[in-house]
Design a protein around this ligand. Structure first.
Ligand code: BES
Ligand code: ZN
Ligand code: ZN
Length: 479
């Protein structure tokens, strides 16, 4: 957990952040230590440790630069430091920025990076007692950072961790029902409302997309409605977030073709995890914005009654879809949720999903693909937020011509476009179900990392939580 303190306790493990040598003379270093540090810094060493036996002092030099880049450098430096702390079993540190770097934002980013790096998923590791390491306290020495900001970062990290936990759970545990249960527990813990529709209700609503995908499964689907509606909400109309909750994607009868392409498909509910995480953070931080989260959930499997290529599904809004590939299942379950969103007359519908390999191929794990028909300023705000939290977005075109690929000769549309622009045709498919301004984020590239990467870790990253929370926050500040 991150806390603040006004005075430095010099006899404790401490991290000093600096971008200059100037402030070094005032912190109580011995002449030798100062000499050693200055030498190292002159030799371009960016990470220096002084071992005072009872405790360590860590000096981290951050090159000054543009604020968002500097913040990201701070998070990355924190993730490096975290490895050392873990190796030395140091569970508590103070962080102090020397004068020339004394921007609360950089210190907060550093703390956030440390905290995010400390995530572990050990539930299925029988040696977890030995491996478990808890960074108990990250204490920021500053009188400029207010408690509310610290609490908010702690909340954001909890939201990211919940999302990561859900993504990392295999389908043998995390069925659609379980996902809804876990979301309900989190709702209770944080204070947002949730209602879960089970199979019967989903049938009575005729959600043909969700039911179609679920037909090959022995586990029933769920449709969860999450809501955070504080009294002081600043928006008249809610923002509806829609998260893809495919708890496992085999591709269905159009079984996933390439080797290893199924290995990590427990992460195909990362969009749902982002929505669930976000709603909890909004509630914990009492962010004054009315937000609804919709999570359609099922696994996608081949079985005796599985939906087939060539099938025609009648969707929640009455439109018909010819299924050309059962592996394009995400758009089918999202479509039902997106048309369901109409009943809230939302200001905007924002879907988030591990929707296409095409998005991942296009920009890899460095960013989130975004598209939609909302006013351009919304993209600008999202993009700005993206750089700020370093979950960067790349806006793709959303021209109507892309929808031409979706024409079917027997139904209102197909669930598949051509090979080209696959992320966009998927987005265009969703747009057909959106009766309100629509934005879509494809997180296929960033949701899950096979090998660990700095503070994002290995496995589920929780991508989307930090982006959505800050986007929704700024969304209210603008008004
Ligand atoms: N869940 C996948 C997309 C995906 C791929 C997510 C790789 C994460 C990493 C999605 O359901 C899918 O299978 N999409 C197909 C669509 C195609 C059949 C039109 C794809 O991208 O290949
Ligand atoms: Zn699929
Ligand atoms: Zn999928």
């Amino acid at each position: 957990m991150i806390t603040t303190r006004e005075v430095l306790d010099s006899a404790q493990n401490t991290v000093f952040l600096l971008s200059d040598k100037e402030g070094l003379s005032s912190i109580g270093l011995t002449g030798d230590e100062l000499h050693y540090l200055t030498d190292k810094l002159d030799g371009k060493t960016r990470y220096i440790e002084i071992n005072r036996y009872q405790y360590r002092w860590y000096f981290i030099y951050l090159e000054s630069g543009e604020s968002n880049i500097l913040k990201e450098k701070a998070r990355l430096a924190a993730s490096k430091l975290f490895k050392k702390l873990k190796a030395e079993k140091i569970t508590s540190v103070q962080v102090k920025a020397l004068k020339e770097i004394d921007s609360p934002d950089v210190v907060l980013a550093f703390a956030e990076g440390l905290y995010l790096s400390s995530y572990q998923f050990l539930k299925y590791d029988s040696t977890r007692d030995e491996k478990s390491f808890l960074l108990e306290n990250i204490s920021l020495i500053s009188n400029e950072i207010d408690d509310e900001e610290i609490t908010h970062i702690n909340n954001v990290v909890s939201g990211v961790f919940i999302a990561r936990n859900l993504i990392n759970e295999p389908v043998s545990y995390l069925t659609a029902e379980k996902l809804a249960e876990e979301a309900s527990l989190w709702a209770k813990e944080t204070g947002f409302n949730i209602e879960v529709f089970h199979k019967e209700k989903i049938e009575s609503l005729r959600m043909g997309g969700l039911l179609g995908v679920n037909r090959g499964s022995i586990d029933p689907p769920t449709f969860s409605i999450l809501e955070w509606n504080p009294e002081d909400a600043m928006n008249d109309k809610p923002v509806v977030l829609v998260g893809k909750g495919v708890v496992y994607d085999t591709g269905g009868l159009s079984l996933k073709p390439t080797s290893n392409s199924m290995d990590y498909m427990k992460s195909d509910m990362a969009g749902a995890a982002a929505v669930i995480g976000t709603l909890g953070v909004l509630a914990l931080s009492k962010v004054p914005v009315h937000v609804i989260g919709l999570v359609p959930a099922t696994d996608n499997r081949p079985d005796g009654n599985a939906y087939t290529p060539g099938d025609v599904l009648t969707m929640f809004n009455g439109k018909t879809v010819e299924v050309m590939n059962t592996d394009a299942e995400g758009r089918l379950i999202l479509a039902d949720a997106i048309s369901y969103a109409s009943r809230y007359e939302p200001e905007m519908i924002l879907s988030i999903a591990t929707l296409t390999g095409s998005a991942a191929m296009a920009i890899g794990k460095q960013g989130i693909v975004a598209m939609g028909n909302v006013p351009e300023e919304k993209f600008k705000t999202l993009s700005k937020t993206g750089y700020n939290v370093y979950e960067r977005i790349v806006q793709f075109p959303f021209w109507d011509e892309y929808a031409e690929d979706l024409k079917s000769s027997i139904a209102d549309m197909k669930n598949l476009g051509g090979r080209e622009g696959g992320a966009i045709t998927a987005g265009k498919f969703l747009e057909k179900f959106a009766e309100y301004p629509f934005m879509h984020l494809d997180i296929a590239g960033v949701a899950y990392l096979k090998t660990g990467q700095d503070y994002r870790g290995a496995g589920g990253t929780g991508a989307g939580v930090r982006l959505l929370v800050e986007f929704l926050k700024s969304y209210t500040e603008q008004k």
